[in-house]
Design a protein. Structure first.
Length: 377
């Protein structure tokens, strides 16, 4: 009988993980469903038997000591011969840690939900004010048009795994501190699906989906802001094996505007007013998202005063109506005067008694004085 270590191609000091990796590699290579060689079935059985012995710590100790599979060992006195690897298999058996096809759970379906995706859409401030529709190019996974998600080449279908008989898991006896128990682990031949695909679809390589660039038109509501995410249920990636589509999330990025600044549902703008116009009063014209609007400037307007244009702001995201457009007026004081302008201003200053202006201070009230006195105590 061939040496089990040689069959798996590992050294006698190989770890349990190395033995498992070697077995899975050889099992895939010699599985009769994928290897048509006449001796593939016998080689697969040898590989499987070698793994059954070397993956069981107690059997491996007996095999290393005696050179054959049936050796004495076991529980011994007390816990001296306890197989804590088998104890771990007990937990795997009862709690399903041994694999997706463990202990009565049945085989795992190939169809799985796709993965959610996140993309960014940049829009203008006007689009955030009124809402808009936008067409996006999305690189995503779609159902394979050749196999329609079945993963099989047209005209073929999955076949029941002959190793686990369609259960998705294989069982083996292991010794533990509780005695000999049956441990279940995912079938390495079918990866827990219970079926194998002898002729995978050539277009999708047996995945049931392909990547494709598609166009997507979405409706962006009024009131969105940078960072707002719109969920499009079922518009994300198609799942493997014909699984359901995931969700697509579109994160909004609002570009800055040259004139308007957003403040919640309101729009802010600043307009310059000549000193004489602010003193005499006038009407300015502002080009807004709703067309040209008149901004009244009353006589005697001071720099920093705000005129509010009701209902010309941003649409509210989750309610009706819009915010306001608030225009801050900035009075401009001339910095360069010709002789005629200077003479006119000097005449005005004389008439108003402002040719010799003395700074004035505001009178402090009783409570202000009392507060300052209390601070000095």
């Amino acid at each position: 009988m061939a040496d089990h270590y040689e069959v798996l191609g590992v050294g006698r000091d190989a770890s349990a993980e190395e033995i498992k990796r070697a077995y899975r590699k050889l099992a895939r290579k010699f599985h009769p469903d994928v290897n048509p060689a006449p001796d593939a079935a016998d080689q697969f059985k040898s590989v499987t038997r070698a793994y059954e012995v070397l993956s069981d710590p107690e059997k491996r100790r007996n095999y290393d000591a005696t050179g054959h599979e049936n050796g004495t060992g076991g529980m011994g006195g007390g816990f001296g011969g306890a197989d804590f690897g088998g104890f771990q298999d007990i937990f795997e058996t009862f709690f399903g840690a041994g694999g997706s096809g463990g202990m009565g759970g049945g085989p795992t379906g190939r169809a799985r939900r796709g993965q959610d995706a996140l993309i960014t859409a940049s829009i203008d401030l006007r689009d955030a004010v009124f809402g808009t529709e936008k067409t996006l190019e999305v690189d995503t996974a779609v159902v394979c048009p050749t196999c329609d998600g079945s993963c099989c080449q047209p005209g073929t279908q999955p076949e029941t795994c002959t190793i686990c008989n369609g259960q998705g898991a294989v069982r083996r006896p292991v010794r533990s501190i509780l005695g000999t128990v049956m441990a279940a682990e995912t079938c390495s031949a079918c990866q827990g699906f219970g079926t194998v695909i002898p002729d995978p679809c050539r277009e999708c390589s047996g995945q049931g989906r392909i990547r494709e660039r598609t166009s997507l038109t979405i409706k962006i509501p009024a009131g969105v802001a940078t960072g707002t995410r719109i969920q499009l249920a079922g518009r994300g990636e198609a799942g493997p094996g014909g699984g359901p589509h995931a969700d697509l999330y579109v994160e909004i990025e609002v570009r800055q505007h040259d004139v308007f600044v957003r403040d919640g549902d309101h729009l802010l703008a600043t307009m310059s007013v000549p000193m004489t116009a602010a003193a005499l009063g006038t009407t300015l014209t502002l080009d807004t998202f709703d067309g040209e609007q008149e901004v009244p400037v009353k006589a005697g307007t001071q720099s920093g005063e705000v005129q509010t244009l009701k209902g010309l702001g941003v649409g509210r995201l989750r309610s009706n109506g819009r915010g306001d457009l608030k225009v801050t007026l900035r009075v401009e004081t001339p910095t360069r005067l010709d002789d005629e302008q200077r003479q006119l201003l000097e005449q005005l200053a004389t008439v108003r008694g402002e040719d010799r202006v003395h700074g004035t201070t505001e009178q402090r009230g009783l409570f202000s004085k009392l507060r300052d006195n209390l601070k000095n105590l």
